[in-house]
Every structure is written in C-alpha cells, then in structure tokens.
Design a protein around this ligand. Structure first.
Ligand SMILES: [Zn+2]
Length: 490
C-alpha cells in the first residue's frame, strides 16, 4: 500500500520540492491573498484560487477537515475602490460588499470551498496600526511627510523570495511621482498613507489608511497564528511574488524578531491567452462571471487544473471544449452506473482509503499537486468502470455476481473520494445533461421522453420515432435504457 506517501510540495522560498511538515498536525495553517473588491475577478484570479482550493482539499483529506485553517482575505480598502465609489457616487461599502459577494459566488460556481476564514481589511486596521508601530519602534520603518515607509536597507534578507538583489533593488527601483523626497531608499515601500477623499482611520501616524502589503501580514498573524508567528503555507499567483510577498515577509519577519512568516511558499504560474498574456491593454481579459454564462463551473475548473500549477496555462476555447467533452463522457458513465441497481453496501472510510484506485490519484496530488497525473488516472478509472458496466449488461438487473458488485462498489467509492479531492463530478449525472435548459423546455423534453417510453412499451415504433425526431429538432437526444427513456442535450 502506498497510502502513506508524504505530501511533497515545491517551496518557492527554498526553490526545492520538500516534504511538507506542519508545525501542528491538528492545526495546519494556510493563507492566500484574496481579491481587491471593486470589479469582477478574471480567470487568472480563478487559477490561483483553484490551486489553493486543491491544496486545501488535499490537506483536509490528510489531516482531517477540522484540522486545516485556511484564510483568504478580502481587500476592501484601496485607492481603486475609493476612486470607483467616487465615480459611481456610492458609498464604499456598497462597492466592496457587492463585489465580495460576486467573488464568493463565482468561486463557489467553480467548485472552490469557502475558506475557513475570510478576514476583511477594514476590520483589522488596529492590527495593522499595531504592526506598523512595532516596526517603527524597532527602526525598520520611518515616518515621512504623513506616510510611513518600510526601510528595506534594514532587512538583509530582502529579495530572498524573489531572487532579487537588495543593492540592485535599492538603486534600481522606479519611483512613483512625488516619492523621491519622502523615501530613504528607492525600494522602500509604504505602510501607511494619509487619508484620501475622507477615507482614513486615526492612528499615531496621523489619519490615514494602510498600504496593501501590511494588510496581509497583519491579517495572517491575527487570524491564523493563535500561538507563535509562523504559518505553514502561504500561497498565491506568481505575479504576487514580488513585490507583494517579498514585502509581506519583510514586515512580518522584522516585526516578529526574525520568525518566518511562512514555512512553505506556493506560487502558481501565469495563465496566458494563446501567445499573449491576459491584460486590459490587449483587451483579452476573461471574467469568471462571463465565462459562467457559457460554461458550467465544472468545465472551467477542469480546464484550470489541466496544466500543472507550476506550468503556464494556455487558456483557449478549445481547452474548455475538451474539458466539456471529458465531463460529458464521465457523466455518461455515471448515468449508466446509477441506472443499474447494484444494491451497493456503503463502504466505510477505511475501506475507501485502502482502495488502490483512490491511492493512485491522491498520490499524484501528494506529489506537488500533480493534477495532470490525477486526471489521467481518473480517465483510466472510468475506462475500468465502463468495462465493468459492459460486464453487468450480461446479467438481468439485480442478479449480479457478488464479485462484480464488489468491484463496481470499489470504483464508485474511489470516484466519490476523487470527486471531493478535485472538486469535480459533483453534479447529479442526470441533471448534468439538462444544464442551461429553461423550465418550459425541461417539461417538453420530459414529455417527449415519456411519450417515447410509452410508445416503445406498446410497440408503437412510429410514435416512438416521432418523439425521438422531435427531440432531435430541439437539440436533445432521447436515450432508451433498462429503467426507461431519458433525455440529454446533444
Ligand atoms: Zn497578500
């Protein structure tokens, strides 16, 4: 048995694949940088969320559901939000609540579990102020012209995560307008800024608002670290590695007397649109919300995990179409499975964990989240199931040999385990083929299926064919099986 293979994960900080060792297996902690909520999230954001979700699900499988604490924040204070609220002439919270809600619904639609904690920045301003005060008192930060900056020259490890050289950063950083006279070093970054358009909180450094980086450092500490200063895993998109994550490390390590912010850093690669990067200037940004109009969330999710998280993912319509075909094929097999009365006995979790098919798939994921390998193992699992169902066709319904029931039962349990690990195949197989159908159409197709079933029973082949042809004209296929006639979209 290979069940006890350890989880190995590529640590961006050490640039090595390492065996994951949590500080406390009863409370494994992970943090993921969440959205700034002033507009819709795009498919690149979705990739980062799905990668973290797969890791979250895997950790829950290994350590137990209640032993993993996953925090993903909501950035609800930001210049862009303030600007948007002003443009739309609405209160800031109207914008942030609306888009936080859309974000959560979009992610739920692509199968992401709700994180254990979802802290909002505006509710943790005190913690940020406390951390900034600490950094000032330890001389890692300084006040200048109503701002507070982090002095990167005081932290010799600055640049370690991103592989940047501190000297180069200090001399080479680009300055935003008006910052030259305020900063000691070009690469210094802001911890506190003066109020903007009346948005600000009182603090020892004047009325103002936090910089983006300090938000995550303060919230990760507050929400995840009940004892000590170090979380187990920090994840996020590669685009956040520098400067955001580098700055998070600088702030946390210096505020906490050298304790690491996170023991493992997990970064997913970019998602590209064909040969191009996705960007507003090219005009090729695809929003999760828009994609959900045309594709089922499971199709989008499967497409996102079809490349290893450390490889770039080329996002095309063809990728989505192929994922749709995969899922259609798998759901067709599941539909076939559920229309046969195998009279399964519910297996216990222990029996499932010994299922070799499940082992193969979880072991792929334990090897640095190898979703590509897991999907290919899943393909073979469905091939096996198809062979077993063909075998079952040789018997009258309900009259199957015990050995066959046992084999099918094993595959079925393995599939349930895989579905909860990968977050796909969670729909009812009958409903899957009826997606995007209005209630009126659904009644019409139900009626046509019923008409054909009755016609076939009374051997009225003409009427049975007519029902089939009429369904066809609506893009619907009627399928005859042991339990009657059902329909699915073409
Ligand atoms: Zn962050």
């Amino acid at each position: 048995m290979t069940q006890n293979l350890p989880l190995k994960i590529y640590n961006s900080l050490t640039r090595k694949k390492e065996v994951f060792k949590p500080q406390n297996p009863d409370r494994v902690t992970m943090y993921n940088c969440g959205p700034t909520v002033y507009s819709y999230a795009h498919i690149g954001n979705a990739r980062a969320a799905v990668v973290a979700d797969i890791l979250f699900r895997l950790l829950r499988e290994i350590y137990g559901d209640s032993s993993v604490v996953y925090a993903r924040n909501i950035t609800d204070v930001d210049d862009k939000i303030i600007k948007r609220a002003k443009e739309d002439n609405v209160e800031i919270h109207e914008i942030t609540e609306k888009f936080a809600d859309i974000y959560n619904k979009d992610l739920a639609a692509i199968g992401c579990l709700r994180p254990t904690e979802q802290p909002k920045c505006t509710e943790y301003i005190d913690s940020m102020v406390k951390m900034i005060s600490l950094l000032i008192s330890k001389k890692f930060a300084y006040m200048s012209d109503n701002h507070v900056f982090f002095d990167v020259s005081r932290f010799e490890d600055y640049g370690n995560l991103s592989g940047n050289n501190l000297e180069d950063l200090i001399t080479g950083a680009r300055l935003e307008e008006g910052e030259t006279s305020r900063k000691r070093n070009n690469a210094d970054f802001v911890l506190w800024k003066p109020e903007l358009d009346g948005v600000g909180w009182n603090s020892p450094f004047g009325k103002g608002r936090p910089g983006w980086h300090i938000e995550c450092s303060a919230m990760a500490q507050d929400v995840l670290n009940s004892e000590g200063y170090t979380i187990d895993i920090h994840c996020g998109g590669i685009d956040l590695k520098f400067p955001h994550h580098e700055n998070e490390i600088a702030q946390s390590v210096c505020a906490h007397d050298g304790a690491p912010l996170a023991n493992y850093w997990v970064h997913n690669e970019f998602l590209n649109m064909g040969d191009e990067k996705m960007s507003k200037s090219i005009g090729n940004v695809q929003l999760i919300n828009d994609l959900l109009d045309d594709w089922d969330g499971e199709v989008i999710r499967l497409s996102l995990i079809k490349a290893h998280y450390k490889s770039e993912l080329v996002w095309t319509k063809q990728l989505l179409q192929e994922s749709k075909q995969n899922l259609d094929r798998w759901y067709r097999v599941l539909k076939r499975l559920s229309s046969i009365d195998f009279q399964f006995q519910k297996e216990t979790r222990e029996t499932l964990s010994l299922a070799p098919d499940f082992d193969k798939i979880i072991n792929c994921l334990k090897s640095d989240l190898n979703t590509v390998g897991a999907i290919s193992e899943l393909e073979s699992l469905f091939d096996n199931l198809n062979v077993l169902l063909n075998e079952a066709d040789k018997y009258d319904n309900g009259d199957f040999p015990i050995s066959l029931i046992k084999k099918v039962s094993e595959v079925k349990n393995a599939l349930e385990g895989v579905s909860s690990l990968l977050g796909i195949l969670v729909s009812d197989p009958f409903k899957w083929f009826k997606r995007k159908v209005s209630d009126d159409d659904e009644s019409l197709f139900d009626a046509l299926a019923h008409r054909r079933e009755m016609a076939r029973k009374s051997k009225d082949w003409k009427s049975a064919d007519e029902a089939r042809d009429e369904a066809r004209a609506h893009g619907v296929i009627l399928e005859d099986n042991a339990s009657g006639t059902t329909w699915r979209m073409v």
